[in-house]
Structures are given as C-alpha cells and as structure tokens.
Design a protein around this ligand. Structure first.
Ligand code: COA
Length: 328
C-alpha cells in the first residue's frame, strides 16, 4: 500500500510513504503535519505560537523559570523573553523573584491568564478530536493503545531530547533547610538512576548519555534526603562535567558549590587536567568558581564521543573550561 502525506496549504504530495516506511518515519510525519495543522487552525487566541506554547506549558506546571521554559520548549532564549514580556504586559502571566535565588524569576499565570490558557487548551484538544473524527471506533482503540505505549517512553526521556517534556503535577516549592554539617557526598549507584533522571528532567537538563556514566556520578544528600547530583565523563586527561543539579527547594545554600569542588577534586585525582562543561545560563555561576568561557570549537576531539556534546545540548550552549591545578 502506498499513501501520501499532503502539505495542507498546497495540496501536493510531499512525502511518499509505504509499508516499508519505519514506524519512526510515520510518527515524525504525523507529528509534523499535525503540529502544522494545529498552528494554522487551532489557536483561536490572538497570541503568537510562542506565546501559546508558554501558556500551555505554564498550565501544565505553574511557576517555571524562563530558563526551564527555554530548555523545555527548545526555543531561542530571545523568543521566549519577548513572548514572556508580551504576556506580562497584557496581564496573562506574572513574574516573581525566587526568594532563594535572586537571579531566578518564576513565571506563573494570573487568574485571567489561567482562564485564557484553559480556553486555549480546550481549543487544542477539540482540534485534536476533530482531526481524528474520521477514525472509526475500532481503529481508535488501537490508536489509544499505541499512544499509551509511546507516551511513557517520551515522558521518561527514553527518547533523546534537550528539553524533556513532562506532565507531572506541579510541586510546591517549600524551602528545604540544609544544615552544612549534615551534608554528605557519596558515589551514585545504578539504583540511584530514577532519582537522578527525575531531578535532571525537573531542571530541564539533558539525560542523554548520563546513565552510561553513572559510575562517575556523585550525590549530595543528608542521609536519606537526596539533594542533588553531578557527573563526570572522563576521556583521558580531559573530562566533561555534566548534570550539576540541585533540587530547586535546596538551591542557594551552597550545595552546588560544595559538590562542584568535590567533582573538581575527583577529576584531578583521576588525572584530569582540563575540565570542560556546557551550560545555557549558569555561566556566571561557573565563572565565579574559576571556569573560563571558550569557543566550542576548542573542545578536544576526545570529548566529541560524549552524547551530551553530540546533540543533546542546544546550539546556544556556552562551553567553559577549568584548568585543574594540583591545589584545586
Ligand atoms: C547552578 C546550581 C547547580 C547552583 O547550585 P546552588 O546550590 O543553588 O548554588 P550555591 O548555593 O552553591 O550558589 C552560590 C552562589 O551562586 C549563585 N548562583 C546560583 N545559580 C546561579 C546561576 N544560574 N547564575 C549565576 N549565579 C548563580 C547563587 O545565587 C549564590 O550566590 P551568592 O553566594 O551571591 O548568594 C543550581 O542552581 C541548579 O541546579 N541549577 C539548575 C541546573 C543547572 O543550570 N545546572 C548547571 C548546568 S550543568
């Protein structure tokens, strides 16, 4: 059987697919045309496409930072920034400074904004239902079963992505008081992966390749209370520091700095001389701790084996280097 995917504007066959097309190709083609149709017909709201994305993400999880939205939506920082400003100006969302980290601003829907976003969400769901109205009941049961199989794979980040999409309910950000004297840093084991993966997803950091290097991950905690993690990918005398992440409710209490110093010492003890990292927006933080910005082309070929470098991180990521001295 041969069938065609049609460009909805020009009504020309644009991709010929047949029984030999891989399932992945079919999913991609469906997703591409579905999103296009959604953009053309579903958004009755006057908002731009980026603004629509922002509203629906905040409806899923209120209080996200601009940084988390950039990572989650995989869109340019300046686009998100412009869309945020427009939605703040028309009263759809409000900005609140995170009391635990002055540099972090949380975005949330105002009551009017929540109403607007809910309406938009309902329109998008209606559009999806209309699109599937030609599918009969029996086939619909198959579509539902397929979706129930595919969704967890995407939600758990098994599908490699820079901006993992999650649909977990919003967590309340009650402050977690950390006593410096109770802090412990210990090596991660395979059984720690679910906690690590969940934290990286929460903070919008890439999961790609992380599990392969779990033997070089360290956890910071207070006994039973897991607070954060960081990992090293070691390639001879060069290494990549990755996945430095502290739970939002424990940030700003020097856990990150303490763990970072530990990772630098661990790397130094393993004979690493050059420690690299990629970050989209914590460059000021790493600079304070001795890292210098470098051109991404300066990252040595040995590190190109890293899955984080092979595409897991956005093109806008900043590369940084710390030359490890004996005294670090
Ligand atoms: C970046 C991160 C690891 C820092 O951990 P932390 O425990 O909150 O940081 P600390 O308490 O050690 O911070 C020390 C200082 O750095 C500042 N700082 C924290 N995050 C910062 C950022 N993104 N940019 C600039 N400064 C930052 C803190 O405000 C604090 O400043 P102060 O001493 O003047 O009060 C943590 O905020 C985090 O997990 N962020 C999300 C994930 C991320 O971006 N990871 C880095 C990419 S690998």
């Amino acid at each position: 059987m041969v069938f065609y995917a049609y460009d909805c504007c020009v009504k020309q066959p644009i991709l010929e697919m047949n029984d030999n097309s891989s399932t992945g190709t079919l999913i991609r083609e469906f997703a591409r045309l579905y999103v296009r149709d959604q953009r053309n017909h579903a958004c009755g709201d006057a908002a731009s496409t980026v603004q629509c994305h922002l509203m629906t993400e905040l409806l899923r999880e209120d209080g996200l930072t601009q940084q988390a939205l950039v990572k989650r939506l995989g869109l340019d920082k300046s686009w998100i920034s412009r869309a945020t400003d427009a939605l703040v100006a028309d009263g759809t969302i409000k900005k609140t400074t995170n009391p635990h980290n002055r540099r972090s601003v949380n975005l949330s829907l105002t009551p009017a904004g929540r109403q607007r976003a809910s309406l938009l969400d309902a329109q998008l769901n209606k559009h999806a239902d209309q699109l599937l109205s030609s599918v009969n009941t029996e086939q619909m049961a198959l579509v539902r079963a397929a979706m129930q199989i595919l969704l967890p794979a995407v939600q758990n980040g098994t599908v490699s992505t820079c901006a993992p999409i999650k649909t977990r309910p919003a967590k309340s950000l009650s402050r977690l008081h950390v006593l410096a004297s109770e802090l412990l840093i210990t090596p991660a084991s395979k059984t720690d992966w679910p906690a690590i993966a969940s934290l990286l997803q929460d903070l919008g950091l890439p999961l790609d390749g992380a599990q392969e290097h779990i033997h070089n991950f360290q956890l910071i905690h207070t006994g039973d209370n897991f607070l954060g993690c960081a990992g090293l990918e070691i390639y001879g005398k060069s290494a990549l520091l990755r996945s430095l992440a502290i739970k939002s409710e424990a940030q700003g209490q020097h856990c990150g700095t303490r763990l970072l110093h530990h990772m630098i010492n661990t790397a130094g003890a393993a004979g690493v001389k050059h420690l690299y990292l990629l970050t989209t927006d914590a460059d000021a933080y790493f600079h304070k701790l001795g890292f210098e910005k470098i051109d991404t082309s300066k990252i040595p070929a040995a590190l190109q084996a890293s899955r984080q470098l092979q595409g897991a991180c956005p093109a806008s990521a900043i590369a940084m280097l710390l030359k490890i001295k004996k005294t670090n």
